[in-house]
Design a protein around this ligand. Structure first.
Ligand code: BGC
Length: 448
């Protein structure tokens, strides 16, 4: 009797394995994704093909040769995925002319609270402000650029197509109680790269794997056709999350991906991001679980109302489920909170589903980063490229195995490259303040 039951359970797992095998990617698949990504990157950089390219490769006006920086207090605002933050950063001269950055004050709060919190400190003082704005922006300069489109489920009207810094300045003016001078706007990938650059001058790539997913890197100016000049390098915000909009990922998209896309606020867009970002991964897992219930392979063929509800399975549950020890306690607790009564095998199957989805995400993301790094090595004609990547984001930082799988696959795809990964701490805030310090110096030099 016991034997029979054990056999049934292992047969059930095998059937599940078969369904999950669709998530597995071979090395040749990853190379295909990588080459296609590189092709889109190239098209995004070129004037002739930029408009139609899915990967926009947006110039950031952050250059490789900063002329030093101002010292003093800088305020930074950070509008990203889930939080809005305000931070006061002190930038000062360190030894050997290097900048030292001290975070004097930081807050994580809704805007109203954060604003009143800093009001006293800032009275009668016009503070330079750096703005981290984690959406695709077409820049005209470091402090000017229009929002191309919202991502990650944002949909505020009246912003797309407008100068974001202008909107922020107007909003500050409307309040009337703050004197702030918006001197720079940067993407979160750029802020992350800059903040890590202070620790490690080889840091020329920034990447976010959080609610959304994106990367920036230092490109040769001669390849940045959208901006005049050939000298030095400029940081390019790839906006690689948009990859796939011209069908580049079609052969890899599964039925779950299509549902996630169709029910999103931006169908047909950000398809690469929808495979990797924390905004979407949990929902993919939920859809797979429902499929398994449908096939009578999970929870005795019955789903709870909560599991049937869109958006209930958050990506952070994947981290908790995949970090469970063998006793399945965390998995059990999460599933009972979903009004389910899971057996041991059910718990194992749910874990298998999470692992399949997060492994695919890590691998897909690796193909993108490998594309960027191999491109950098080729354009610099170096036999070995020694490079550092600054990384931030909840998926990268909090998931128990995303990082390791990701690092391993990136290294596998980048022969001849010696890559160091560093995690940024408070990168969005510190990076924006640092780049504002450079922007202030430049403005002074130009007599503004
Ligand atoms: C945005 C990027 C951003 C990324 C990570 C994406 O949805 O388009 O600008 O860098 O999310 O926050």
């Amino acid at each position: 009797m016991l034997d029979h039951r054990a056999r049934m359970e292992s047969g059930r797992k095998e059937k599940v394995e078969r369904i999950l095998s669709e998530f597995r990617l071979k090395e040749e698949d990853l190379k295909k994704v990588m080459y296609r990504m590189q092709k889109e990157m190239d098209r995004g950089l070129k004037l002739e093909t930029h408009e139609e390219a899915s990967v926009k490769m947006l110039p950031t006006y952050v250059r490789s040769t900063p002329e030093g920086s101002e010292v003093g207090d800088f305020l930074s605002l950070d509008l990203g995925g889930t939080n809005f933050r305000v931070m006061l950063v002190k930038v000062g001269e360190g030894e050997e002319g290097q900048w030292k950055v001290k975070t004097k004050h930081q807050m994580y709060s809704i805007p109203e609270d954060a604003m009143t919190g800093t009001a006293e400190m800032m009275k009668h003082k016009k503070l330079p402000l750096g703005f981290t704005f984690s959406f695709p922006v077409r820049h005209e300069d470091i402090d000017k650029g229009i929002l191309l489109n919202w991502t990650k489920g944002f949909k505020a009207s009246g912003a797309e197509g407008n100068n974001v810094v202008g909107l922020l300045r107007d909003a500050i003016k409307r309040r009337g109680d703050f004197e702030m001078d918006v001197v720079a706007m940067v993407n979160d990938t750029v802020a992350t790269m800059i903040s890590c650059y202070y620790e490690d001058h080889r840091c020329e790539v920034g990447m976010i794997v959080g609610t959304g997913c994106n990367a920036c890197y230092m490109e040769e100016m001669q390849n940045v056709e959208l901006v005049e000049g050939d000298e030095g390098r400029m940081c390019v915000n790839t906006e690689w999350g948009a990859f796939g909009a011209s069908g580049e990922l079609d052969e890899f998209l599964l039925e779950y991906d299509r549902v996630v896309d169709e029910t999103s606020l931006n169908p047909g867009q950000q398809l690469y991001e929808k495979i990797i970002g924390g905004k979407y991964m949990g929902e993919i897992v939920r859809l797979v679980l429902l499929k398994l219930v449908d096939e009578n392979l999970l929870f005795n063929g019955e789903a709870s109302e909560k599991l049937k509800t869109r958006g209930t399975f958050e990506t952070r549950f994947m981290s908790q489920i995949e970090s469970d020890s063998d006793d399945r306690k965390q998995i059990y607790n999460i599933l009972t909170a979903f009004e389910l009564l899971p057996s041991g095998t059910d718990c194992d199957i749910v874990r298998m589903v999470c692992e399949s989805v997060s492994t695919r995400a890590a691998q897909m993301c690796s193909a993108g980063l490998a594309g960027v790094i191999n491109r950098m090595r080729e354009s610099r004609s170096q036999e070995t490229l020694k490079i550092t990547v600054g990384v931030d984001g909840s998926v990268y930082k909090l998931h128990p195995s995303f990082k390791d799988r990701f690092h391993a696959t990136v290294r596998q795809l980048t022969p001849g490259c010696d890559i160091t990964f560093i995690q940024s701490e408070e990168g969005s805030g510190r990076g924006a303040a640092l780049i504002s310090a450079v922007a202030c110096k430049m403005a002074c030099m130009m007599g503004q």
